[in-house]
Design a protein around this ligand. Structure first.
Ligand code: ADE
Ligand code: ZN
Length: 334
């Protein structure tokens, strides 16, 4: 069994705000005299289901009060991703969770994030690109502003448009925004089928023309959809530990990662909101190994899928793929 931290990994689904260190959350709360979110108790997060997770997430976002905070969390993110063996990350960031609180400043936060990521690349070697999201529950007007942010930084650190938040809001009304993003050269990576059922994924396929799907696990409930995903090769950004922490599945043993993989769907492993779910990417790979008895060759293949499904430049992909081969061919210690 090889050391999974040393396996070079691409992470395709991780939220910048959701990756905030617990100590940073505490410090930011102390600075403004705000209570820490109620889900964070004795240094560990816990949630009473998916809606509670989203409320806790929103409360945590509200602690980001200055532009410097954004630079800081982006820099710390790179350090933490490097520590877990991530070489390349595509990172969801939510402009609409911040601008209304910060004097309607839509561009300051993302500029600071890009600055922090650049400093993080220099100091820790992690390359990170952004996927700003539309938080659909916040409505169409804020979604349009978020799209403007994504378009303004397209090719300057932004590679894709995401959609996150609750899957309860309508899908179709946001379709034209995804079309504009794609027409402008951005990729489409919406959350879908995280807890809402297969219809949510079908509608997302129709209206958002996704290049990948965030989560998508509930597709497993519709064999025709599984067949469609396997046939088209649209990758799923799967985060099993997240899905158990938010109550979508009762345990990892019940999670459909292996079923989807065996059905020929392109699956990747991701952390989503690592400190909130108590698992950075190496921990996620380790729990997949423990749950589904994957061997090193399986884990290397899953890591390759992440690299191939990324929007990284060819040289970056080739370098990480070579690192995966080196990991797999070097003698195992156990
Ligand atoms: N925002 C942060 N994490 C999320 C998730 N897993 N689903 C939807 N919105 C999110
Ligand atoms: Zn997510």
């Amino acid at each position: 069994m090889r050391d999974l931290t040393l396996l070079p990994k691409a992470e395709l689904h991780v939220h910048l705000e959701g990756a905030m260190r617990v100590e940073t959350v505490r410090e930011l709360a102390e600075r403004v005299g705000a209570p820490i979110p109620s889900g964070l108790v004795d240094g560990r997060w816990g949630f009473a289901g998916f809606d509670d997770f989203i409320s806790q997430y929103t409360a945590m976002c509200a602690l980001l009060g200055t532009i410097e905070d954004f630079r800081r969390i982006a820099y710390e993110f790179c350090e933490d991703e490097a520590r877990t063996g991530v070489r390349y990350a595509e990172v969801v960031f939510s402009p609409s969770n911040h601008a209304p609180r910060l004097g309607d400043d839509w561009f300051g936060p993302i500029e600071a994030v890009l600055d922090g990521l650049e400093a993080g690349r220099r100091d820790f070697g992690v390359i990170a690109r952004l996927a700003p999201d539309l938080v659909r529950d916040a409505g169409l007007e804020l979604a349009e502003r978020s799209l403007e942010v994504a378009l303004k930084f397209g090719g300057r650190g932004v590679v894709a448009l995401s959609a996150a938040g609750s899957e309860r809001s309508g899908i179709a009304p946001f379709g034209p925004l995804f079309r504009r993003a794609k027409d402008s050269g951005l990729r489409s990576v919406p959350h879908a089928g995280e807890w809402a059922g297969p219809r949510n994924v079908w509608e997302t396929l129709e209206h958002y023309l996704p290049d990948r799907i965030g989560h998508g696990v509930r597709a497993v409930d519709d064999p025709a959809l599984v067949e469609h995903l396997a046939g088209t090769g649209i990758p799923l950004e799967i985060s099993p530990v997240s899905n158990v922490a938010t109550g979508v599945y009762g345990s990892l043993a019940e999670h459909p990662f292996r079923v989807l993989r065996d059905a020929g769907v392109t699956v990747t492993l991701n952390s989503d909101d690592p400190p909130m779910f108590g698992a950075w990417l190496t921990d996620v790979y380790r729990s997949a190994r423990d749950t589904w008895s994957f061997d090193d060759a399986d884990l290397a293949e899953i890591a390759r899928s992440g690299v191939r499904a990324s929007f990284a430049d060819d040289e970056i992909k080739a370098e990480i793929l070579a690192g995966i081969e080196a990991w797999l061919t070097e003698p195992s210690t156990a």
